[in-house]
Design a protein around this ligand. Structure first.
Ligand SMILES: Cc1cc2nc3c(=O)[nH]c(=O)nc-3n(C[C@H](O)[C@H](O)[C@H](O)COP(=O)(O)OP(=O)(O)OC[C@H]3O[C@@H](n4cnc5c(N)ncnc54)[C@H](O)[C@@H]3O)c2cc1C
Length: 342
């Protein structure tokens, strides 16, 4: 049975596409209009891929997922994205990227992909309600930083004292005391990086030894500005009268004692979860769940016409500009592939 449905398109334009109901997908709308390229995610990688593919006249369909604008919308000030000598608000930057891609014909839809089928010539993407079909796909679903889930953490996240990125936010804490929570390589790296700006770095670790590599442990324990607080968990991030972090309350797991540590910055460094569940069993993932690009490329996968970009495939750099760079690479590869094969 055929029935027309309105579909969200960029710049307020609407386009009619055909809805097909089939035996296999009774509950789903199937968008049988074959897209040239579907981009998953609207972080720095997704928007950059959208700008490039839109300018190549591919009219990309961009699915927003559960966090339109991606991680950068959670931070108030970005000082290291090229082109903004005074810094830029993370949310505003993402809005501008969205408009830039829409200007060239990128279309957006609010949908979250749960499952993919990449085995045939047609790539199928399933959300709870819809099935999308495309010749090619750029996956830029990002990664979510792990949080502690304690009072005060969310309230002060991104600009009010709690963050998950020393490279991004360390410079805001010049000449201040900060804490880093964690005990692995990332936590040690964050702590060491912060010693460049901060007067003191307390590393809060729940065990009695660090899980990091030997060299990182040696550097961390040997640094005069770093104090490791062992066998301790953070119970709460404490706010001052302006709602900014003023310290943390910690619990010693051995003695049961609690105490407060004064600090302006709380760097949670307990890892990231790549948003790659829909691709399990379809694409190659590494042991931590990150998408593994094909040998010799940062953005190609083992499946022709399927590309990866940004934090979902990069556990090393995890920066806005590196995600954008991968989005550009994926878009150019995709465009070339479509020109030859599509
Ligand atoms: C608090 C904070 C501050 C930061 N500050 C800086 C900074 O100052 N400078 C800097 O360079 N970097 C900073 N970063 C890091 C930067 O935000 C990330 O490196 C960058 O956002 C990664 O972009 P991305 O496009 O790969 O993914 P993300 O930004 O994570 O975006 C992922 C997108 O994918 C979508 N998505 C996820 N799953 C699905 C799905 N199944 N279907 C459809 N869509 C899906 C999401 O909705 C989202 O739109 C910061 C990060 C945080 C958390």
């Amino acid at each position: 049975m055929e029935k027309s449905v309105a579909f969200v398109v960029g710049l307020g334009m609407f386009r009619q596409i055909t809805k097909l109901a089939s035996q296999d997908f009774k509950r789903h709308r199937i968008y049988n209009l074959m897209e040239n390229v579907i981009i998953l995610g609207t972080g720095c990688a997704g928007f950059t891929a959208a700008i490039y593919t839109a300018r190549a006249n591919l009219q990309p369909l961009v699915l927003e997922g559960d966090m339109p604008g991606g991680q950068l919308t959670t931070t108030s000030e970005v000082e290291n994205f090229p082109g903004f000598p005074e810094g830029v608000d993370g949310y505003a930057l993402m809005e501008d990227l969205r408009k830039q891609a829409a200007r060239f014909g990128a279309r957006y839809a609010n949908d979250f992909i749960e499952r993919v089928e990449f085995d045939g010539e047609v790539k199928r993407l399933h959300s709870a309600q819809n099935v999308y079909e495309a010749k090619s796909v750029i996956i830029s679903t990002g990664a979510s930083p792990r949080l502690l889930g304690i009072p005060g953490e969310r309230e002060m996240f991104g600009g009010k004292g709690v963050t998950t990125c020393a490279t991004c936010d360390g410079a805001f804490y010049r000449d201040m005391e900060v804490v880093v929570v964690g005990g692995g390589d990332s936590a040690c790296e964050e702590a060491l990086f912060l010693t460049r700006f901060c007067t003191k770095v307390s590393l809060i670790h729940r065990r009695d030894e660090l899980r990091a590599s030997r060299i990182m442990v040696e550097r961390t324990l040997g640094h005069e500005k770093i104090e490791v607080v062992w066998n301790t968990v953070v119970e709460e991030v404490l706010a001052d009268e302006d709602g900014l972090a003023r310290g943390i309350r910690i619990l010693n797991r051995e003695t049961g004692d609690t105490e407060e540590i004064a600090c302006k910055g709380v760097f949670v460094a307990i890892g990231h979860v790549p948003n790659t569940k829909p691709f399990e069993g379809v694409l190659e993932l590494d042991e931590n769940g990150y998408l593994s690009p094909a040998v010799g490329s940062m953005v190609k996968t083992s499946i022709a016409g399927v590309y990866v970009a940004g934090d979902c495939a990069d556990h090393v750099y995890r920066q806005a500009i590196t995600a954008a760079g991968m989005g550009c690479q994926a878009a150019i590869e995709c465009e070339r592939w479509l020109a030859e094969e599509g």
